[in-house]
Write a protein that binds this ligand. Structure first.
Ligand code: AMP
Length: 402
């Protein structure tokens, strides 16, 4: 079965074409700056060079059409005709409480995703544009929605309720949902495989540390807590997001800095985090380099970030009554030995220690704890597209006769 995986952001589309026989990526691509000047498609067929195509891409419909044209192109395409695509898997950010698993998209599901736009006004609309474009361009091809929030739907009420009047939860769905679920699920499954055990017998703390960052406590195969909340703004300090702050700071800043709701939202989402603390960059590579040159605020941003991650790890050990493995994934988690070491330094009381030699790894799957450590530490590159393709395959093989 050949599956087209689409991950539509507000101005971008990431896609992969995956042949489920051997789970081979046939091609992948990125469309950027949709609706802006300088829009372009970068298309990479497996084992070939990337082709860059600049074009006017006014909306997601045109973007998806370009991706499909690239996939069927005479020179750099990887299939002859569109009807070779058996199914489409879509990343959908917010499934609210409606969706606790991936689903085949029907009219009812589509309405459910639309209803979640109210709680995810930035994220769900572009996901919907992608779904609608694929439905139009590939009529009759089954489409599956894979939700970032679904894996966390197993969280108990004690973990997801906020200290607000209960009516606000009932009326508006104000609660913790959590995100990066596809990634947390994938790395926990992979870590269990690496330990030659079942995920349902193990307790993991999964640290997805990228530009957006979240941590999840995964107890016996189920997410029981996670750091992101009602939106992806809560929890850790991130590239440009503040993470958790005292909520009283919001009206204070609005008054003192003369900001309206839109402006404070922008301030907390785009101008805070490690960018805000360092005053330099939202990229940890820049901060590590600057800190090495003696830049104090860059060092401070790194220290605050690592401290927060460590505190969450401790909290989740308490929530799960122990831990069997700690996993690092996403841009920073996969590529920064320095940050992994800094976070794990002091966790020896848990029965674990990083092996400095093994920790030199970047971007590859590896156990990096010292031999025979009671709690294992892993680096596992995430692969959300593969999880989307697997879920799509599992749902569609029941309905497609190949
Ligand atoms: P992601 O959002 O998963 O693509 O992660 C992007 C972030 O990972 C970047 O903003 C960097 O902060 C971080 N990152 C990527 N590569 C490295 C590296 N080699 N060293 C340190 N940080 C890195």
């Amino acid at each position: 079965m050949i599956i087209f995986v689409a991950n539509c952001g507000s101005s971008s589309i990431k896609y992969q074409l995956i042949n489920m026989e051997g789970e081979a990526v046939m091609a992948k691509g990125l469309i950027e700056r949709i609706g802006m000047d300088g829009a372009k498609l970068s298309h990479t067929p497996a084992d070939k060079f990337t082709v860059d195509i600049e074009a006017v891409i006014p909306d997601h419909n045109v973007g998806i059409k370009m991706a499909l044209d690239a996939l069927t192109h005479e020179e750099y395409g990887v299939i002859k005709k569109l009807d070779e695509i058996d199914a489409v898997g879509h990343r959908v950010v917010h499934g609210g409480e409606r969706f606790s698993d991936s689903v085949l998209i029907t009219e009812v599901v589509l309405n459910g995703i639309k209803a979640c736009c109210e709680i995810a006004p930035l994220h769900n609309p572009p996901n919907l544009y992608g779904i609608e474009a694929c439905m139009k361009l590939m009529p009759g091809v089954p489409q599956v929605a894979v939700f970032d929030t679904a894996f966390h739907q197993t969280m108990p009420k004690v973990a997801y309720l906020y200290g607000l009047p209960y009516e606000m939860y009932v009326k508006y769905g104000l609660r913790r949902y959590g995100f990066h679920g596809t990634s947390h699920k994938y790395v926990a499954q992979t870590a269990a495989e690496m330990m030659d055990e079942h995920m349902t017998d193990l307790r993991f703390i999964s640290c997805h540390l990228g530009n957006g960052a979240s941590i999840a406590a995964i107890k016996y195969g189920k997410s029981i807590d996670t750091s992101m909340g009602y939106t992806p703004l809560e929890g850790l300090i991130m590239g440009t997001r503040s993470g958790e702050i005292d909520p009283a700071i919001i009206p204070f800043l609005m008054e003192k800095e003369n900001m309206n709701a839109q402006q404070i939202d922008d301030y907390l989402n785009r101008r805070s985090g490690i960018l805000g603390i360092s005053g330099l960059s939202s990229d940890f590579r820049d901060l590590e380099a600057a800190a090495n040159r003696g830049d104090e605020r860059s060092q401070l941003a790194i220290d605050v970030f690592a401290y927060k991650v460590k505190k969450y790890i401790g909290g989740y050990v308490a929530a799960m009554g122990g831990v069997d493995g700690i996993i690092f994934t996403a841009g920073l988690g996969e590529n920064s030995p320095f940050m992994r070491d800094k976070i794990c330094n002091g966790l020896e009381y848990l029965g674990t220690r990083i092996d400095p030699e093994l920790n030199k790894t970047r971007g590859e799957r590896k156990e990096i704890s010292v031999p025979r450590a009671r709690v294992k530490i892993f680096v596992i590159p995430t692969n959300e597209e593969l999880v989307i393709a697997r879920d799509t395959f599992n749902i569609c093989r029941r309905i497609i006769k190949l």
